[in-house]
Design a protein around this ligand. Structure first.
Ligand SMILES: *[C@@H]1O[C@H](CO)[C@@H](O)[C@H](O)[C@H]1NC(C)=O
Ligand SMILES: *[C@@H]1O[C@H](CO)[C@@H](O)[C@H](O)[C@H]1NC(C)=O
Ligand SMILES: *[C@@H]1O[C@H](CO)[C@@H](O)[C@H](O)[C@H]1NC(C)=O
Ligand SMILES: *[C@@H]1O[C@H](CO)[C@@H](O)[C@H](O)[C@H]1NC(C)=O
Length: 174
């Protein structure tokens, strides 16, 4: 029992230390969701309620022998012309990741087998990530500052203390 409690406490401590990292995680979008990259899907509709932020990723999943992922400019996106690509994101496995590393429009089409004419064309605008939530307003009383401090520092200390106590208890079980 003591060892299980020890593991739970350790896992909780690891969670506390890892938590701040998750706030800035980039998103990986599976294009078309569970319909993936296929004809007869309106990708304008797929994209219209979404916000794409700098360093997000687009993940294209498709039949590798029929389709591909080619980046073009707006004119060639409208006309489905893949003869003057900006970038060829096709890697050959039918599983391609596009890193949205610039704040601008990206135009992606399938240039193979008429895929683009069948609707396989996606335009996204990549935006700057929204600012983090504003810090606590300056006129808040100091009690809330103390409690925020307490949460961040006292809780881990309490966990360490609990782990120490349980550790002391372990030899008695052997
Ligand atoms: C896709 O949907 C958009 C927005 O509703 C519409 O303007 C466009 O004509 C549609 N495209 C096709 C090929 O149906
Ligand atoms: C896209 O590239 C073509 C050449 O392939 C060019 O004629 C056209 O003006 C370009 N369009 C834009 C919006 O830059
Ligand atoms: C894109 O790159 C892939 C993998 O290197 C290659 O097989 C394919 O021919 C290229 N397609 C175009 C249109 O350049
Ligand atoms: C974004 O990625 C592309 C392709 O990998 C690269 O050519 C370009 O320099 C990158 N842009 C920035 C701002 O890092």
């Amino acid at each position: 029992m003591a060892r299980v409690a020890l593991l739970v406490a350790a896992a909780f401590l690891a969670f506390l230390m890892a938590a701040p990292v998750t706030e800035v995680a980039a998103k990986r979008w599976t294009v078309g969701d569970n319909q993936f990259w296929n004809p007869n899907i309106n990708y304008t509709v797929w994209a219209q309620d979404k916000h794409f932020y700098l360093d997000d990723w687009l993940y294209f999943v498709y039949e590798r022998n029929q389709f591909n992922v080619i980046e073009v400019n707006e004119t060639n996106y409208i006309s489905c012309n893949s003869n003057n690509p900006i970038a060829n994101w096709t890697r050959g496995a039918g599983r391609d990741l596009v890193h949205l590393n610039e704040t601008r429009h990206y135009y992606l089409i399938s240039g193979n087998g008429g895929g683009c004419y069948g609707g396989m064309k996606l335009a996204v605008l990549v935006e700057k990530p929204p600012p983090p939530p504003p810090p606590a307003s300056p006129n808040k009383n100091s009690a809330s500052t103390v409690s925020a401090f307490a949460h961040q520092f006292v809780v881990p200390v309490a966990v360490f203390a609990a782990v120490g106590t349980m550790w002391d208890a372990v030899p008695r079980l052997w």
